[in-house]
Design a protein. Structure first.
Length: 348
């Protein structure tokens, strides 16, 4: 399944933002020309004119947290592409999907620290305070959405996949296994917060693709995507519905469920993850996880740096860009590159 590129409310403001950054760039070039001809009274040394390196771009990365292994792989991709292009990265964690005000303040922190662009993994798609913060920040530097959907007309670009397609990939897998007319199967579902820029979309795609099937999602829980929070919801679901056929969950939810399954003597639901992590990949290898849609989080990082550099140069993108989505089943792991297990990011 390929990602469907979508308009992200960017087309009208793109021209306005491009003109604004273009004017600033023209002024800077004119000033450099005056400096070079000595009209400011000082001529630059010949050595500096010919050999001085250009200033490395500084890109600020603000994400909900790195306790979800998916974001570690995004960070690894950012690191790889930054090393290739000479970019200086600043990593910030907001503190989870409920830390809205922290993320709001981090947009100004990025500017204060001299960032040339912000890559924002938004904790909410529509929170007014965050929308206002991005509008303010975008007056100074380009702001790009990273992974999570964010409904601002002030974005320079958006890097990600349509999370509806992630849900459709999971739902299509189950609908094929359990078409209409076959015995009903009962499913529990654990996902991220209801106001995040990915979880509601994923749920919408999942439910839509299950309409023509014998699959019933009988219980759903929502929580921040840390292991502790997601495990708690998995435990609540299993206590409330002890006879589930499947458990669909975020990567931390499935990680927690695998741990519970290892301790259980009773029949346990079959596990399907809604996105990849190191733990989910190990589950696929062992056969404990049936399937996961893979959207290549490392490539998200690569694309983030490339798009940010273009935005710094005045080139804005009116359509979302992201890798293709592939449903991967247990045993089929040839296309699952993730970050090294021992990756350590330098978080500010």
């Amino acid at each position: 399944m390929n990602v469907k590129t979508r308009s992200n409310c960017l087309s009208k403001p793109i021209r306005r933002m491009a003109r604004r950054y273009g004017v600033l760039r023209s002024i800077a070039i004119a000033a450099l020309g005056l400096f070079a001809t000595g009209l400011f009274g000082v001529a630059p040394p010949a050595q500096a004119q010919s050999n001085a390196p250009s200033k490395a771009a500084r890109i600020c990365v603000v994400v909900p947290h790195f306790k979800d292994e998916y974001w570690l792989s995004v960070g690894f991709g950012l690191q790889q592409e930054a090393a290739k292009t000479g970019v200086k990265l600043m990593f910030f964690e907001s503190g989870g999907y409920h830390a809205l005000q922290r993320q709001v303040s981090l947009t100004q922190t990025c500017i204060a620290k001299g960032a040339d662009a912000i890559l924002l993994g938004a904790v909410s798609a529509d929170a007014p305070d965050l929308l206002a913060a991005v509008e303010t920040a975008s007056a100074s530097i380009p702001v790009l959405a990273l992974v999570n959907e964010f409904h601002s007309p002030h974005l320079a670009a958006a890097i990600g996949v349509d999370w509806r397609d992630m849900g459709r990939a999971v739902g299509g897998f189950l609908a094929t296994r359990h078409p209409p007319g076959t015995p009903k199967v009962r499913v529990g579902f654990v996902t991220g917060p209801t106001d995040s820029g990915w979880s509601p979309l994923l749920e919408s795609g999942l439910l839509g693709s299950l309409r023509e099937s014998s699959v019933d999602i009988v219980i759903t829980r929502y929580a921040d995507t840390g292991l502790r929070e997601q495990l708690r919801e998995v435990e609540d679901i299993l206590a409330a519905e002890p006879h589930l056929d499947y458990l669909i969950g975020s990567a931390p939810a499935i990680e927690g469920a695998m741990g519970l399954a290892a301790l259980s003597d009773a029949p346990f639901p079959k596990l399907i993850a809604t996105y990849i992590s190191h733990s989910v990949r190990r589950g696929l290898q062992s056969g404990k996880v049936l399937a996961v849609p893979f959207d290549d989080p490392v490539e998200h990082g690569h694309l983030g740096i490339r798009k940010a550099l273009k935005a710094i140069g005045g080139e804005f993108s009116p359509r979302m860009a992201g890798p293709p989505i592939e449903l991967v089943e247990a045993g089929d792991l040839d296309t699952l590159p993730l970050s090294p297990a021992d990756l350590v990011l330098a978080i500010e």
